[in-house]
Design a protein around this ligand. Structure first.
Ligand SMILES: [Zn+2]
Length: 295
């Protein structure tokens, strides 16, 4: 399996356009600290790639990754489609940026698809530009995309604010389990993680690579930094550190573990923060944009 890490930030990115916090100010001062919205490219065949989550940065992310450049024919693209882990705007607005394509295939759970179609009216809005085609992302089964199998594992019932009154029972937020049918390589990609169900635990234990929600360092971070009255857990993100944190469990898994989807309040956006050492001592990493992962 071939993976490319295209972005590693939570909603807003680092820096966020209207934020002057220490993390955002640091990223303006030191451009190497900038992070685009969390996204991953997965190779499904030679010259054929899926992008997991279509962020507002998708155009720049494609330009930053030569494997995703068009050619040799003028409008030939290696992009086979997008796979969605949820319906949040930061993970879906990029679909509109792909409207120059004749068609865009979107692989998503039924709950995510209906939110995009019926609430965001994305299919209707884009119809004069491109055709959205839909592929079901199954839970408790897998869909074949080229040489890859993809399965959703439900990890939260959090709906995006624009669909907040939709029924909560559905695959609103899933972890993506990816299996390469040729190499047997396995990966789990979960940029949002509200719960830690048994089937996720099993998938993570089996995976050669786990790329997972690192939105907040600890549960109180959204409150102590003043961005929310809610805790990380209440916002649908298990933190990295502390009693509710994922680090302790992830330190025990055999595969490589990388945290992604860092919020701009997360101390890890500063490469000099002591929290990097704490993670390294547990054998855990922070995902870096441009990384190539071969499994
Ligand atoms: Zn900020």
């Amino acid at each position: 399996m071939e993976l490319r890490i295209l972005g590693t930030a939570a909603g807003g990115g680092v820096p966020q356009w209207n934020c002057a916090c220490a993390g955002c100010a640091g990223a303006r001062r030191f451009p190497e600290r900038r992070r685009r919205h969390a996204s991953l490219a997965v190779r499904a065949a030679p010259g054929r790639w899926y992008i997991v989550n279509a962020t507002p940065d998708i155009g720049e992310q494609i330009e930053a990754e030569p494997d995703l450049w068009p050619g040799p024919e003028r409008r030939a693209t290696p992009l086979a489609g997008v796979i969605l882990t949820d319906a949040e705007l930061d993970h879906t607005l990029g679909i509109a940026r792909l409207r120059e394509a004749d068609a865009v295939d979107v692989c998503a759970t039924p709950a995510v698809r209906s939110a995009l179609r019926d609430r965001l009216a994305l299919g209707h809005t884009l119809r004069p530009y491109t055709d959205l085609t839909w592929t079901d992302l199954p839970e408790g089964g897998a869909v074949r995309l080229g040489t890859i199998e993809a399965e959703g594992i439900r990890v939260s019932s959090k709906r995006p604010r624009y669909a907040a009154d939709d029924p909560p029972d559905g695959g609103w937020v899933v972890a993506l389990r990816l299996t390469d049918l040729e190499t047997g390589g396995t990966a789990v990609y979960a940029p949002a993680l509200g719960t830690w169900p048994e089937n996720l635990r099993d998938a993570v234990a089996d995976a050669a690579c786990v790329i997972i929600d690192g939105t907040f360092w600890d549960d109180q971070e959204p409150r102590t930094t003043g961005i929310s009255a809610r805790t990380a857990t209440e916002m649908g993100h298990l933190p990295i550190h502390g009693p509710e944190g994922t680090a302790e469990s992830l330190a025990k898994v055999p595969g490589r573990v990388l945290y992604t989807h860092l919020n701009n309040t997360n101390p890890l956006v500063d490469p000099g923060a002591p929290q990097h050492r704490a993670l390294a001592e547990l054998g855990l990493e922070v995902a870096q944009e441009g990384s190539v992962i071969t499994l």
